[in-house]
Design a protein around this ligand. Structure first.
Ligand code: MN
Length: 491
């Protein structure tokens, strides 16, 4: 009867005992009580002695369980906002009611000056800092400085900035999850951390206009490895876009893989590509593609240098080898940050995502009158000829990580074509996760009573509580009506 526990009932499809009757009766009871429950019922009759779990049942059990675990894992944790609203981006307005009522999370707010305080007062582990600097020097190659000669920092200043950004990485992590070493060093309060399962760093403009930017810290924390070896990725949203941070958190909790945060920057039509490069693309990108690019919070895993069954993949950290982590680092160049954006300097991670990875781009938006809505697009990363990439990339910013994204189109609505996916995206950012996880996101959203406003998941993969059926036969309409009727999970 606890309304906060996600519920599913598996009614065994057998004739000797009435599994279906039990299932229907129990679901009706749950629906009558306002306790949404997922219905699981195998397609084929099994013998009562058959203890195997059929594939269709297995898929539903796993989808329900993974989403249920995500709901339970978020609950009681924090989103740590370091700084406030970046450049007027509405996604970085941290709405405590949303976090509390829909996710069961609390919000912690810290000023960016906390980072400066900890650097200046030496509130970090000096032993780890030394180890981190040595590792960074050995593994993070600095790129060419593309800034105007008179805007470039001296070598001495560049080296100081390297030290600063490594300290920022230690400090943001410590602020999120605490660090027992700090207590040993006499910093008991700082040792506790903010119990953060996700965080965001404002950066622009005030900090980045004056101080080294957060790109190194964000990129590395979001990756599955650092100087301490291979480990679970942290969810750190750049520009403190907490709504994109939530999209990253959803993707991470459902897949255990690191995430890539990006501007949904431009749609390149075949005609526009032809106009600026003189070339036409074939294959996946033949009908256009979307440029995903943002400095900062792209995990280096997003380079696609790791493999699963011989093809590019992003993986849970326990499946990653040392060699694969090295490959991601090898594919990444750390360019002195573009002075046009970052007057305080810093180092931006640059890589080009390998092609043909299945990915799902998602985004949570708050819309007055509706509340939170989730949108998602399954698709693939595209590999395009190097000369075409160079021209398109250098029109944007060559110091940032790039992913060429082609959503799977259906010819209908927001998925009419690649352009319509771009046109219907609800915010400047999106986060992508490895794999086609749209169905998992839809199940998770229904548990949290967040309607899905845009997706390209086949209807037979949509798995929501059975009471959604009582809100009408078209799946999108019933989702909106059910989410409205039940309201936020923790209201
Ligand atoms: Mn951005």
């Amino acid at each position: 009867m606890n309304p906060y526990t996600p519920k599913a009932i598996w009614g065994f499809n057998g004739t000797e005992r009435p599994g279906a009757v039990y299932l229907a009766a129990a679901l009706a009871g749950h629906n009558q009580k306002g306790l949404p429950a997922f219905s699981i019922y195998g397609r084929d009759v099994q013998d009562s002695s058959d203890t195997s779990i059929p594939a269709d049942v297995k898929e539903k059990l796993l989808r329900f369980t993974k989403a249920g675990l995500a709901v339970a894992t978020m609950r009681g944790k924090s989103y740590l906002a370091i700084g406030s609203v970046s450049m007027g981006i509405a996604g970085s307005i941290v709405d405590a009611d949303f976090f509390q009522e829909y996710l069961g999370m609390r919000n912690e707010y810290a000023d960016m000056s906390e980072i400066a305080r900890r650097v200046n007062e030496g509130i970090y582990d000096p032993v780890e800092f030394k180890k981190a600097m040595a590792w960074t020097k050995a593994n993070c190659k600095e790129g060419k400085d593309y800034n105007q000669a008179d805007k470039q920092f001296s070598r001495a200043r560049k080296d100081e900035i390297w030290e600063y950004v490594v300290k920022m990485t230690l400090i943001i992590r410590d602020m999120m999850i605490g660090n027992p070493r700090l207590a040993e060093l006499g910093f008991g309060e700082e040792a506790l951390g903010h119990n953060a399962i996700a965080s965001g760093f404002q950066g622009q403009r005030q900090w980045n206009d004056h101080m080294p930017n957060g790109d190194f810290a964000e990129a590395l924390l979001n990756s599955s490895f650092d100087w301490n070896g291979i480990r679970q990725a942290f969810m750190v949203a750049t520009e403190n876009d907490c709504l994109n941070g939530v999209s990253m958190l959803f993707g991470h909790l459902l897949t255990d893989t690191p995430q890539v945060f990006a501007d949904v920057r431009s749609y390149w039509s075949p005609d526009a590509i032809k106009r600026v490069t003189g070339k036409s693309l074939s294959g996946l990108a033949a009908n256009g593609m979307i440029h995903l690019i943002n400095s900062g919070s792209a995990s280096l895993d997003g380079s696609g240098e790791m493999t699963k069954n011989g093809v590019p993949a992003m993986k849970p950290y326990w499946e990653i080898s040392e060699e694969e982590a090295k490959k991601c680092l090898g594919a990444t160049t750390w360019y002195p940050a573009s002075q046009g954006y970052f007057r305080g300097g810093g180092y931006s991670s640059n890589f080009l995502t390998k092609g043909n990875m299945p990915i799902t781009l998602s985004r949570l938006n708050l819309v007055k009158g509706v509340g939170p809505v989730l949108q998602l697009a399954e698709g693939w990363t595209a590999e395009i000829p190097a000369d075409v990439h160079k021209i398109l990339d250098e029109r944007t910013d060559r110091t940032w990580p790039t992913t060429w994204f082609v959503p799977r189109v259906t010819g209908k609505g927001a998925f009419t074509d690649v352009y319509s996916v771009m046109y219907n995206w609800g915010a400047n950012h999106g986060a992508f996760s490895f794999g086609h996880i749209g169905a998992d996101l839809i199940t998770l959203a229904s548990m949290l009573r967040i309607p899905v406003c845009m997706h390209n998941v086949p209807e037979d993969k949509i798995f929501r509580p059975s009471s959604w059926n009582a809100f009408g036969m078209d799946k999108e309409g019933s989702d909106y009506r059910a989410c409205q009727a039940y309201g936020a999970l923790y209201r």
